[in-house]
Design a protein around this ligand. Sequence first.
Ligand SMILES: [Zn+2]
Length: 406
Amino acid sequence: MLGRFLRYVRVDTQGAYRVSQRPSTEKQLDLSRMLVDELREIGLSDAELTENATVFATLPGTVATPAVGFIAHVDTTPDVIGAGVSPIVHEAWEGDAIQLPGDSRQVLDPMQLPALAERVGHDIVTSDGTTLLGADDKAGIAEIMAAAAFLARHPERPRAPIRIAFTVDEEVGRGAEDFDLDAFGVAAAYTLDGSGLGELEVETFSAKSMRVTIRGLSVHPGSAKGKLINAVKLASELVMSLPQGRLSPETTEGREGYVHPHRISGNSEEAIVDFIARDHDDELLERHMALLRGLAHEVVEREPRAHVDIEERSSYSNMHPYIEESPRVVEAALEAIRRVGVEPSLAITRGGTDGAVLSSQGLPTPNLFTGGQEYHSVREWASVQDMAAAAATIVELAAVWAEPDP
Ligand SMILES: [Zn+2]
């Protein structure tokens, strides 16, 4: 599994925001193609890269039961450099702060990272500090691949048929776009896209986004008196009119939602502010969007000569109501985690997954841990031992789903 992981993270699969083509970056498919080849080597002869840029493959079962699905995404976040990843394995880590060699400012300090502090003696994988590691979600891919390879070598173990999917563009909220549920053909699935050991995420945020385009009027500053309508200033006022000290990612945790201006661009003629809004509660999410809409309209109330356009999008919705209808999906995962010798826990995520979209489309898909931590950061790290536990959980899940419904 580690060998696979180190190979996959070296492939640059960084995605891009607001690109209409799919995938958003062609290079994501470099890894997809590599995975098709490796799946065929393992013996999953139907492995294919579909027209919709998804890798599908089947490991036949040894028991005639419905198939179970495992899903991970090949892309990495557009927010952090994903090219030139040089993974480092800190074998049998002794507990000292880990200085990343490529950037002297990047230190993994166990005093500040409780999850790391608990992993003295583990093999810890990091980047060199100049790029992300890509454990999100190549840890999930390596675990699924390693589990499939193990199961293929062990036909004597009773197992349900397994369907594997590797998607693109999860990080830009388009991972499950046009996902062919009929072709996937499973009644239950799991994304391997979580984090801490033993966690099963059964609740995600509901997510929307808003782009506010402010049009002013650009005039030469030397003759601008009474004419210039500066979109840069209007955009700044919009951002500054957001609630202070609350309702932001940096002031909330747990089930608290937020609105978040994550990108601002433009000039005095036209400025664009991109927001996301998140909440576990759909009604509260609607209120957050209404707040943003109101603040955007206030821009033109203050400066009637300006023009404001609002564009809204829905990204995904909380999977919890859908997961609740399929208790066996959760029970099977908790049982598999226990069989690996790990104490399972149910968790909520302050994010979304491909599974959130698939769950709302009728395929219950909670999110399993991968052992990766500090995602979307050059300080991203993963414990090889926790990753192995995730791979073993997949192996056990194949067995649990081969057993009669308790
Ligand atoms: Zn992910």
